[in-house]
Write a protein that binds this ligand. Structure first.
Ligand SMILES: [Cu+2]
Length: 158
């Protein structure tokens, strides 16, 4: 009887303590207990399949912001690759396309952040193992307010 009460109490203390600790450690505007942006919807999440031996690919995670405040996507990561980054695709005056690393991508209030091979995308570098079509890759998106969104993206072949 005593030990059960003690266990329940310990769990409650832990639940209370974790968000407070997270709030103290953050340098941004992270609010305790507000780790996931509930106003963000994942419209689609896909990873481009690449031939065996190719270790870099692109991921496309299109987002919708149902909230009234604009959000800024600052970083992306997946444990299945060495390094991931935000990129845009541009066309120059001669219609040549090139990719460029960017420090952030904007998700407007009540708007969308579309991603596609010809536009915004996530560059996934140094895959740790070969991708299979249909496989799901876990991604963590980090916004400028410190909140993070976990997204599962499916490997596809165009
Ligand atoms: Cu790229």
């Amino acid at each position: 009887m005593f030990s059960r009460t003690f266990l329940v109490l310990s769990a409650s203390v832990l639940l209370l303590a974790l968000p407070v600790a997270a709030g103290h450690e953050s340098h941004g505007q992270l609010r305790p207990g507000a780790a996931a942006p509930a106003e963000v919807r994942v419209v689609s999440a896909r990873v481009l399949a690449v031939p065996p031996g190719i270790r870099d690919t692109s991921a496309f995670i299109s987002l919708r912001n149902t909230g009234t405040r604009p959000l800024v996507l600052r970083a992306v990561s997946t444990p299945l690759a060495g390094h991931s980054m935000l990129m845009i695709t541009r066309k120059d005056a001669q219609s040549r396309t090139s990719m460029k690393i960017v420090q952030s991508l904007n998700l407007p209030a009540r708007g969308t952040l579309p991603m596609a091979p010809s536009g915004n995308h996530l560059m996934v570098m140094g895959l740790k193992r070969a991708l299979k079509v249909g496989q799901k890759l876990p991604f963590t998106l980090t916004f400028s307010d410190g909140r993070t969104l976990k997204v599962s993206a499916t490997v596809y072949k165009p």
